[in-house]
Design a protein around this ligand. Structure first.
Ligand SMILES: C[S@@+](CC[C@H](N)C(=O)[O-])C[C@H]1O[C@@H](n2cnc3c(N)ncnc32)[C@H](O)[C@@H]1O
Length: 249
């Protein structure tokens, strides 16, 4: 088995989604493409299926470490029954995770750019509001939610600056950026890969630049929790560390 196969196997063992066909683009932001792999119904189905078994494990008392990182961040916010918007909500499974691990009183809403993801979300959770929209132009008023959670989507949004600015605009008190892989001492690195068989573009962010960007948008980092590693990135861009940030504004 080659290095790629070993990395994918390790990724599956750690519960990381199956990724393949990596291509490093380098530090310059590529032009936005009209659509990407997340729009594909097949990708939505496959990601959802992978998370259904993680939900079963959570209900059996074994939540994965990224769920625990987010739980800790949200509990540290001190809000007992917050309204929360998840940006990049996918098929909505974090509504269930947060109700289970944080509080059933948390009032969840989700936004995603992919209609395929939202179709599944509405099937699973018909009473929860799911809205189609882009992280860089959120279809919500200023200060509409107590907490804006970027749910493992920052690395998929190529305009990081606009995504952070929009989260800050829509949040009343807290912004959480969940499961963000970062590099130390290296500039942002863009890459293309295939996720569940479809092409997506990702960015691995320079940690110092990202944390500086939070500050420039008026955010203070209150806590930073290690989330699950993305070992498939390291052979490509160097050692990465994955964080869940709790930021106050
Ligand atoms: C890796 S999935 C994350 C799903 C879920 N939040 C989680 O934590 O597992 C990334 C999601 O971000 C969404 N996404 C990517 N770019 C987006 C954008 N610019 N605006 C809104 N959603 C976006 C994708 O459609 C996809 O559902």
């Amino acid at each position: 088995m080659g290095l790629g196969g070993m990395v994918r196997r390790l990724g599956r063992y750690l519960g990381v989604p199956a990724s393949s066909r990596f291509r490093l683009l380098g530090p310059d932001r590529p032009p936005a493409t009209p659509g990407d792999g997340w729009d594909s119904p097949r990708v939505a189905q496959r990601q959802d299926a992978a998370w259904r078994s993680l939900l079963d494990q959570m209900r059996a008392g074994h939540p994965r470490n990224d769920m625990l990182a987010l739980r800790d961040a949200l509990l540290a916010s001190g809000l007992r029954a917050p309204s929360l918007l998840e940006v990049g909500c996918g098929s909505g499974y974090y509504s269930e995770i947060l109700s289970h691990l944080v509080s059933p009183m948390l009032r969840y809403a989700g936004v995603d750019r992919s209609a395929a993801m939202l179709n599944l979300a509405r099937q699973h959770y018909p009473s929860i509001p799911f809205v189609r929209g882009d992280a860089v132009r959120l279809p919500f008023a200023a200060r509409a939610f107590d907490i804006v959670l970027n749910g493992n989507a920052l690395m998929h949004i190529l305009d990081t600056d606009a995504a952070v600015a929009e989260s800050v605009r829509v949040a009343r008190t807290w912004c959480v950026f969940h499961t963000v892989p970062t590099l130390e001492g290296r500039p942002d690195q863009y890459l293309k890969k295939s996720v569940y068989g479809e092409a997506v573009t990702e960015v691995v962010l320079d940690q110092a630049r990202l944390e500086g960007l939070f500050g420039r948008h008026g955010l203070t980092i209150r806590a930073r929790y290690p989330s699950i590693p993305h070992p498939y990135l390291d052979p490509l861009v160097g050692k990465t560390r994955t964080w869940t940030y709790l930021c106050g504004n």
